[in-house]
Design a protein around this ligand. Structure first.
Ligand SMILES: Cc1ncc(COP(=O)(O)O)c(C=O)c1O
Length: 444
């Protein structure tokens, strides 16, 4: 790795030229946590240590790291067709991928728009919603509804939908016309597995928004079926269904942001299927390429697509003036096709479902630790809270550093930790993950 003249320590390798995202840069430069390789469910640290990946990177690498099939597909694609714009040109793989995704989404959500990230998928969905209402003569429907503690991304649209204060406070007014429902983390849900028994009435917040703003002014409701980044908030039983009913009553579109929950995390292709509530649009990203190429997508109900297309009279003009240079870029499409092949041929969504009870039992074994103040989980996604040390997020930050040093990577947000193992984890690896967690939590 190093030569005599080359860098020797992690500190010597890093520099402040890379302004790192969502990272305390000064602390990172002083105490870098570098990874150099990944294979299976492990990273290799800069010092050669093995680090178990407890969060699939960032909820992306559901089929495990270093999948040769994906690498080969991307390499072959680049050598065959490296780039073509998706504006006025197309390539067969993108049509095939759209067809394949449409085979996984709930019936009817079979029109697929490609983006390059979750944030872009959400912003694209917001524009699709507005274009749809305008096409049907209801262009005054411009208000978006989302939730406190939501995370929908970092664009000015997706950021406005988000409901986590640190992602908003530095950035001014953002997009106007976004209203937030209350979040669903209730005291009575603490340590409850799966859907909470209480709290369905929180969906009635949407009726209050309708009463305040007028249904005819509201475009859509954006909801993560399970609020992910904020710490895995599983919806109360019946909550999503109630939102669907209220949306139907008032003509609002319902959008599920499945950037984390999509592609098997809940044990079904999408959480919409796990909770048996079908939205009008679904956003996805992350695991769609197993994390190896940037890609996001929006699955859209066919009637919405038809309405937007049919509203354009000029056959030489795009029906939807939106898209990016790298929409459906060939390498990302190849990665996604190879990823979907792996999910199907290895039955990984079913495996996630089968592994879930074992995973939940293992995670709940941490409930006896005094520092753990809550546990939540569904499918292969779990969240836990640690008692604050008085500075919000400080203990969570220290926790992820100590865990990394002890051989476990997890995502933390504030004083919450998120566990999202690859669907290829063995039971022994789940035990190992929880054993490291216990050991490190006991150091606080
Ligand atoms: C539900 C949800 N939506 C959107 C995003 C944004 O995705 P990206 O970071 O790819 O822009 C995330 C990222 O974690 C997410 O969890």
């Amino acid at each position: 790795m190093t030569t005599q003249a080359g860098p020797r320590t992690a500190q010597e390798l890093v520099n402040p030229h890379w302004w790192m995202p969502f990272t305390p840069n000064r602390d990172f430069l002083a105490d870098p946590k570098l990874v150099t390789r990944a294979a299976g469910v492990h990273y290799t640290g800069f010092d050669g240590s093995r680090i178990l990946d407890g969060s699939s990177g960032l909820f992306c690498v559901s089929a495990g790291h270093g999948r040769r099939e994906i690498a080969d597909a991307v390499r072959d694609q680049i050598l065959e067709l490296d780039f073509t714009p998706s504006f006025l040109r197309g390539h067969p793989g993108a049509f095939e991928l759209a067809r394949r995704i449409a085979g996984l989404t709930p019936p009817g959500l079979d029109r697929i728009f490609f983006a390059n990230s979750g944030s872009e998928a959400v912003d694209s969905a917001m524009k699709i919603v507005l274009a749809y209402h305008r096409a049907r003569g209801e262009g005054q429907r411009q208000i978006f509804v989302s939730r406190e503690r939501a995370y929908h991304g970092v664009g000015f649209g997706s950021g406005a939908l988000s409901g986590m204060v640190n992602n908003r406070r530095a950035f001014g007014l953002g997009l106007n016309g976004v209203v937030h429902l209350r979040h669903t983390q209730l005291e009575t849900h603490r340590f409850s597995r799966g859907e909470g028994e209480a709290g369905v009435e929180l969906a009635e917040d949407l009726e209050r928004v309708v009463a305040l703003h007028g249904a005819e002014c509201i475009a859509a409701v954006f909801i993560e079926p399970i609020a992910g980044s904020t710490g895995c908030l599983v919806p109360p039983r019946g909550y999503l269904r109630r939102l669907r009913e209220i949306c139907d009553r008032h003509g609002l579109l319902l959008v599920f942001d499945e950037v984390i929950t999509g592609l098997g995390r809940t044990g079904a292709p999408f959480a919409a299927q796990s909770f048996a509530v079908i939205p009008d649009l679904i956003t996805m990203a992350k695991a769609i390429t197993n994390g190896v190429q940037p890609m996001g997508a929006v699955a859209v109900r066919r009637g919405i697509y038809d309405t937007v297309l049919n509203a354009q009279d000029n056959p030489a003009a795009p029906e939807f003036f939106h898209g990016t240079t790298f929409s459906a870029s060939p390498a990302a499409v190849a990665a996604a096709l190879a990823t979907l092949d792996i999910y199907a041929s290895e039955g990984l969504f079913a495996r996630a479902l089968e592994l879930s009870p074992y995973f939940m039992n293992a995670v709940w074994s941490l409930a006896d630790l005094g520092i753990v103040t809550d546990l939540r989980g569904y499918g292969l996604l779990a969240g836990f809270d640690v008692a604050s040390d008085g500075v919000p997020g400080h203990r969570g930050y220290l926790l992820q550093k100590r865990l990394f040093e002890a051989g476990l990577h997890i995502k933390t947000t504030g004083d919450s930790g998120l566990l999202a193992p690859a669907f290829t984890f063995t039971r022994d690896q789940i035990d190992e993950m929880v054993a490291i967690l216990r050991r490190v939590l006991l150091t606080f």
